[in-house]
Design a protein around this ligand. Structure first.
Ligand code: ADP
Ligand code: ASP
Ligand code: MG
Length: 410
């Protein structure tokens, strides 16, 4: 069966007019004889609106009820899109995550897909139906509804593409494709025609919201061809592909990740096993740590700094306060309103001096670097959040990304 999975994001199905436009697009693929599975997000800002509603009721909602609530957004858009297709004479059927056999663990708001029982979907496809699947949601044990984390519909789509052995996964969104950086922040950002899986994993992980990080990891692991395309016009787009086929450039893109906070554990004894204890306690509470820095020991004591998303600060501090006396730490401190700026490129590891160049550009803008981390293809600096846009624009200009040519495969 020649299957393609298409995913349409929130803006692309933001109102009735756009839903009808998406339906016409689906019709034209359907007419070409392709078996289509279409994943959709909640309309426009629906998920944000639902989150705001809960705040008017409680500051600490039950996580189960939260997922029950947020999953409704996608249920609205699948039904409306399916009806729009019926109007065009297309035999479509909408299915929730549970009905589509998307099995997850039970970690509400951050569930991971454990597997997909593809039989219900395949049998609908065999009957000639276009299947419209609710993104962002799945089912855990005990038939509990779960969600995959903000932006998770991309991950629903790539996971379905793998499970169904689809020819490719097409992510339709509100920009022309993947750009050198967020085009809504840096007007000179350039669209990339190709990007490697490795670079895209790093860009997404470092905050490029155009693709959910886990969706790229899945596509890379199972070698599913992935494309990011505009939903509002034909053509354009970016193909995410194997790195080896790409021409070499040092820096491919850059990102800003806002809402970052630092948590410090001061004066902790410099002994084996301490870090293991700290991090297992944080891990048990589902706190994701982005970056860890341990300073050099002085008088047998160390400071450990953690970088976390702002949403985890409160619980991280609570967990560490509880551990403080057992750890014999002096104090637990925290600071908010930071951002990470990252530069990403497959040439970073093989090109000396890239880091120094990045730090010089930030120094020229009088931006203080709080923490630095790097991988083979990424360098990240933690800076004050209010300087983030200035930093991104300066880096984009100085690394000459508005001139980047990456149009050909070698
Ligand atoms: P969707 O609702 O379709 O999932 P998202 O808002 O999640 O759309 O992702 C698309 C947005 O990602 C764009 O509007 C753009 O502002 C932002 N973005 C951030 N970094 C990039 C990048 N490098 N390339 C393209 N878009 C980016
Ligand atoms: N509706 C969800 C969100 O806003 C999932 C998604 O759009 O991918 O995060
Ligand atoms: Mg998205």
């Amino acid at each position: 069966m020649d299957i393609i999975v298409q995913k349409y994001g929130g803006t692309s199905v933001g109102d009735v007019k756009r839903i009808k436009r998406v339906a016409r697009r689906i019709l034209s693929s359907h007419q070409r004889g392709i078996f289509l599975v279409v994943v959709v997000s909640a309309m426009g800002q629906t998920t944000d609106r639902l989150i705001r509603l809960t705040r008017a009721i409680t500051a600490s909602p039950s996580q189960r009820e939260m997922d029950m609530l947020l999953s409704t957004g996608e249920q609205v858009s699948i039904a409306l899109l399916s009806m729009a297709l019926h109007e065009l004479g297309v035999d479509a059927i909408s299915m929730t995550g549970m009905q589509s056999g998307i099995i997850t663990d039970n970690r509400y708001s951050m569930a991971k897909i454990k597997g997909i029982k593809s039989e219900p979907l395949l049998s609908q496809l065999k009957r000639g139906k276009v299947v419209i699947v609710a993104g962002f949601q799945g089912v855990g044990s005990g038939k509990q509804i779960t969600t995959l984390g903000r932006g998770g519909s991309d991950t629903s789509a790539t996971a379905l593409a793998v499970a169904l052995g689809a020819r490719c996964c097409e992510i339709y969104t509100d920009v022309d494709g993947v750009f050198t950086t967020d085009p809504s922040v840096v007007p000179g950002a350039r669209k990339l025609d190709f990007i490697s899986y490795e670079e895209m994993v790093e860009l997404a992980g470092a905050g490029a919201s155009v693709l959910h990080p886990r969706s790229v990891e899945i596509a890379m692991k199972y070698q599913v061809p992935l494309a990011v395309l505009p939903s509002y016009m034909e053509g354009g787009g970016t193909v995410v592909t194997e790195g080896k086929t790409l021409e070499k450039v040092v820096i491919t893109g850059m990102t800003v990740n806002r809402n970052i906070a630092k948590v410090g554990i001061r004066g902790i004894p410099d002994r084996p096993g301490i870090a293991a204890r700290v991090f297992s306690a944080l891990g048990r509470h589902g706190i994701n740590i982005r970056l860890i820095i341990q300073s050099m020991a002085e008088d047998g004591r160390n400071d450990i700094s953690l970088v976390v998303n702002q949403e985890y600060v409160k619980s991280a501090v609570q967990v560490l306060q509880k551990q403080k006396s057992a750890l014999k730490a002096k104090e637990i401190v925290h600071q908010t309103h930071f951002a990470e700026v990252s530069i990403v490129g497959s040439g970073i590891a093989s090109t000396p001096g890239v880091g120094a160049r990045m730090f010089r550009i930030l120094a020229k803008e009088k931006i203080n670097i709080e923490l630095i981390s790097s991988s083979e293809v990424r360098i990240t600096c933690v800076i004050e959040e209010r300087k983030a846009v200035t930093a991104l624009r300066a880096l984009h200009k100085e690394f000459r990304l508005e001139k980047l040519q990456r149009r050909t495969r070698s």
